[in-house]
Design a protein around this ligand. Structure first.
Ligand SMILES: CC(C)(COP(=O)(O)OP(=O)(O)OC[C@H]1O[C@@H](n2cnc3c(N)ncnc32)[C@H](O)[C@@H]1OP(=O)(O)O)[C@@H](O)C(=O)NCCC(=O)NCCS
Length: 201
């Protein structure tokens, strides 16, 4: 390809489109800290219906007991790093099915299945690609963690599971999840769908 072709391709409005997906600020990712929980609880409360949101106590439990599975996205703005999103989950043993309890607050540190409970982006930061990138970063981290655990002869995570409502299925499929089908979990008026990301075959 000559330079002119390359130039015309990289400056066409079509090829510039992906850049509109890049968040305005600089987003970075880090493990959760206990002192984040009040802010995270506020974002959770503003993002989920009353009967679906995790309480402050549950979020604190997840942070303290399953902190390794709790990733926070921050955006650098002004002099501070603002928390703009997070993903958290807890692990269960392989033979457990996803029930209200396994999607709840208990955590088996060596469990083979990671149940994701919240994937959340602050409302004024949505639809800029932050959620998709957060999910991608989380899965990359889990793969790297598996490699470390394998090296240290520790059990690895086999899969990541989550329940979502119908309209969110494409979001997770785009992130590499497979739709397993409608879940037996009944909660509220909407059906729940079981999605899986396989880490180990
Ligand atoms: C779900 C959530 C994390 C998505 O975060 P986000 O930063 O807006 O996601 P992205 O910008 O990366 O979205 C990428 C694509 O996913 C899809 N998508 C995102 N949010 C969606 C929604 N609420 N409904 C349907 N599709 C959605 C769209 O196709 C979107 O692309 P588009 O903006 O070009 O249309 C965010 O809306 C949120 O925190 N919601 C409240 C909590 C929640 O419901 N979490 C999911 C639990 S299953």
């Amino acid at each position: 390809m000559d330079n002119n072709t390359l130039l015309s391709q990289t400056t066409s409005s079509e090829s510039m489109m992906p850049y509109s997906r890049v968040p305005a600020g600089f987003v970075s990712y880090r493990p959760v800290l206990v002192e984040d929980i009040d802010i995270i609880s506020e974002i959770e409360s503003n993002s989920y219906p009353e009967d679906e949101k995790a309480s402050l106590e549950t979020l604190r439990y997840r942070c303290i007991n399953a902190g390794e599975m709790f990733l926070v996205a921050t955006e650098h703005g002004g002099s501070e790093n603002e928390i703009i999103g997070y993903i958290c989950g807890t692990c269960v043993n392989e033979n457990e099915t996803l029930t209200a309890e396994t999607m709840g607050s208990k955590h088996e540190p060596d469990g083979a299945i990671l149940c994701v409970h919240s994937v959340c982006v602050k409302s004024n930061k949505r639809r800029r690609g932050v959620g998709g990138k957060l999910l991608e970063t989380y899965l990359m981290y889990l793969k790297a963690r598996n490699n470390d655990r394998k090296r240290d002869n520790q059990s690895e995570l086999k899969s990541v599971r989550l329940l979502c409502k119908k309209h969110m299925i494409p979001f997770y499929q785009n992130g590499g999840f497979t739709l397993l089908g409608e879940s037996e979990v009944t909660h509220g008026k909407d059906a729940w769908f079981d999605c899986e990301f396989t880490l180990l075959d």
